[in-house]
Design a protein around this ligand. Structure first.
Ligand code: MRU
Length: 360
């Protein structure tokens, strides 16, 4: 699994230090931020040095290890500390399910080995964090493989935000579909929404597509409607931050609008996401917490003020696309089709971690 090649690797763990490619600085600078404590990791997630649901989850796994790495004390206190650190990391960003998934999975693994020594438990924490990281590569590869079958030669596909290598272990979810189509030599074309306010589309997706030599064009968010009306878009693929059990899906703000547009223009709209993004406890989109981010992200750009000082600002980072507008959810286990309540049930085996009760 480790030998699978990925176009971009935004997360590296070397000698007890976690290095994150600073996504705030892309595409102009390629800088790495070292994290040596759970506090460093929390800040990196909160401030979006690292972003994208799977990448946040992978980062949190390593963060948990960094939080307990230097612990000295009894096994009982180690368990307490691990829970504290887990809760702390989980508080960094509320919407992406993968963050809580990583924390819960490691706690679960530790609970199973509760009779081992503290040093042994630390090793298990790191091993599990690495497993989450490595598994994501294979998961994304399989998402790409399944998604590539959905599009005909010459398809023109729209994507929103960045669900690429940068948002994962390196191969992406929505962009995995594009990487797989390229590998299969299927001709296609991508339109990338710029994705206000933080421009993940313009800065990150455009950077990935350009570097990978995928034929593509960057558009402003408000241009998708007229492109669809002109018959220039054949399909939409986006990522997800959390998927409820009825298929309602939270993703970057603006996704809902794209889905409604696609519906009106009878264009297939796909979500590409790993099983780690499904939330068995969320029955519908109403159960998904939506993060609100700082106002300066809307009122300012690159430190420059755009809106009048004192203007009221609203900045929800995500929206929920109702399942009715989703044509299919591309997962590592195949493409789930509506009705999602039924098709999601079929993959519950791989979602089983979600049901486990953590007892320490
Ligand atoms: O705020 P961000 O940049 O973390 O939001 C990212 C997205 O909304 C992505 O589309 C989603 O996490 C899927 S990433 C494979």
């Amino acid at each position: 699994m480790k030998n699978l090649k990925v176009p971009f690797s935004p997360i590296r763990f070397v000698g007890d230090t976690l290095y994150l490619l600073d996504q705030r600085k892309l595409p102009v600078h390629e800088k790495w931020v070292p994290c040596r404590s759970s506090r460093d990791v929390w800040k990196a997630i909160r401030n979006m040095v690292v972003r994208g649901a799977p990448a946040i989850g992978i980062t949190a796994g390593y963060g948990l290890y960094l939080g307990v790495r230097s612990f000295r004390g009894t096994r009982k206190n180690f368990m307490k500390k691990l829970f504290q650190e887990g809760r702390y990391l989980d508080s960094a960003r509320p919407t992406a399910r993968n963050l809580a998934y990583a924390v819960e999975r490691i706690l679960q693994q530790i609970a199973l080995h509760r009779d081992k020594s503290v040093e042994h438990l630390k090793k298990i924490t790191l091993t599990e964090a690495k497993a989450i990281h490595n598994e994501d590569i294979l998961i994304c590869r399989n998402i790409g493989k399944h998604g590539a079958k959905l599009f005909k030669r010459g398809s023109r596909i729209l994507t929103h935000c960045n669900a690429g290598g940068l948002a994962t272990s390196g191969y992406g979810t929505a962009l995995a579909v594009f990487y797989a189509m390229k590998e299969k030599k299927i001709p296609f074309f991508v339109y990338a929404d710029e994705t206000r306010p933080l421009l993940q589309g313009a800065r990150l997706t455009a950077w990935e597509l350009f570097k990978s030599k995928i034929p593509s064009t960057l558009i402003c968010d408000n241009m998708a409607a007229s492109l669809m009306r002109a018959g220039k878009i054949d399909g939409v693929v986006v990522g997800a931050d959390r998927i409820a059990m009825n298929g309602d899906t939270a993703n970057k703000i603006g996704t809902y609008g794209v889905a409604v547009l696609a519906h009106v223009h009878k264009i297939p709209f796909y979500i590409a996401a790993p099983s780690t993004t499904f939330d068995l406890k969320a029955r519908t989109g109403k159960d998904i917490p939506i993060e609100e981010r700082p106002h300066h992200e809307v009122s300012h750009m690159h430190g420059k003020q755009l809106a009048p000082k004192g203007m009221k600002i609203f900045n929800p980072s995500f929206d929920v696309t109702p399942h009715q507008y989703i044509s299919g959810i591309i997962t590592e286990a195949g493409v789930l089709k509506p009705p999602f309540k039924r098709s999601i049930k079929k993959i519950q085996k791989i979602l089983k971690w979600n049901l486990l009760k953590i007892r320490v």
